[in-house]
Design a protein around this ligand. Structure first.
Ligand SMILES: Nc1ncnc2c1ncn2[C@@H]1O[C@H](COP(=O)(O)OP(=O)(O)O)[C@@H](O)[C@H]1O
Ligand SMILES: [Mg+2]
Length: 293
């Protein structure tokens, strides 16, 4: 594949200049961010976005200044989960002002840039053959803009909610070479753990990114009536040894969390005493300990 530098002419668009300027802007923005954390999992539907929204809220409640990048460009859900879908982005000479939740967490998401509710993100490739490369390039470009062109101000934490897929983290590391760490999300099923193990190998062995820990989501359910705990998935599915060593916490399934996500209400704020909230607050605390020790 040719890079920008190989193009014989850029038809006057000074594309190399534009990309360099944006890369410089990205570095400048990151200079005012103390810690960057990617929330990832090879698997979809395991709760990455729910956890990102609630860890961000938990850290905000602990007095930290928090920004969130919804890096799931094709399936953005965080604007809804964090209750800012109706926010209008303000463009200023210093960059786009991120949307802000009632509690003060900042968010930027592709969802805030799409005009219609049912509008999908379309990447136009020249041919089916080019589609994969084109899409990957566009995704990295969009992510770079999200971080570089947003006026985040000073942040204690910038959380990135990654889309599913083991190949997503390298894109992030390309943009943020000194990524502070990753939080890996899995559910107890063997299918999920099989994929998530690959993500851990990618992060730890190939990219050498620090792993803050693993969160086991939807680990069990708590009966709404008697408070008894039971397995949500199969009875004999336990967490693999690879994960057990670095577990941050296990989050139970709680229908109220789903409802909060759908209503755009921060669950940890609304139900602070619920077992899942307590576990989520623990995870936020362990992230703080990771960086402060
Ligand atoms: N611990 C939980 N309890 C109840 N519902 C949950 C929990 N974690 C996630 N969900 C729900 O599961 C669905 C998938 O979660 P989501 O955060 O979108 O996953 P991902 O970002 O990994 O695709 C959502 O509808 C969400 O509300
Ligand atoms: Mg998601």
């Amino acid at each position: 594949m040719k890079t920008y530098a190989d193009l014989p002419s850029d038809a006057g668009s000074n594309i190399i200049g534009q990309v360099t300027a944006q890369a410089n802007r990205l570095q400048k923005r990151l200079a005012s961010v103390k810690r960057t954390v990617a929330i990832m999992s090879g698997k979809g539907g395991v709760g990455k976005s729910s956890l990102t929204a609630n860890i961000a809220t938990a850290l905000t409640l602990k007095g930290q200044t928090v920004g969130v990048v919804d890096a799931d460009i094709n399936g953005p859900t965080l604007a809804k989960m964090m209750g800012v879908r109706n926010a209008t982005l303000e463009y200023t000479p210093t960059g786009v002002k991120p949307a802000m939740t009632a509690l003060g967490t900042k968010l930027i998401s592709m969802d805030l840039l799409l005009a219609e509710d049912d509008a999908p993100v379309l990447w136009n490739a020249h041919s089916q053959k080019d589609a994969f490369t084109w899409r990957a390039t566009m995704e990295v470009g969009a992510l770079r803009e999200f971080i570089a062109d947003t006026d985040w101000g000073n942040l204690d934490y910038l959380l990135l909610d990654l889309p599913p897929g083991t190949d997503r983290l390298p894109n992030v590391v390309e943009l943020i070479p000194n990524l502070g760490g990753v939080v890996v999300v899995t559910i107890p099923s063997e299918v999920s753990q099989l994929i998530v193990k690959k993500s851990i190998t990618m992060a730890r062995d190939i990219l050498k990114v620090p792993i803050i820990g693993v969160v086991e989501n939807m680990a069990f359910y708590v009966c709404q009536h008697c408070g008894e705990e039971g397995p949500l998935f199969s009875v004999d599915e336990t967490l693999d040894e690879t994960f057990q060593k670095s577990i941050l916490d296990s989050i139970p399934f709680d229908p109220k969390l789903t409802r909060c996500n759908d209503n755009g209400t921060p669950y940890v704020d609304k139900y602070p005493d619920a077992p899942a909230s307590q576990a989520l607050m623990q995870v936020a605390e362990k992230i703080q300990t990771f960086f402060n020790s």
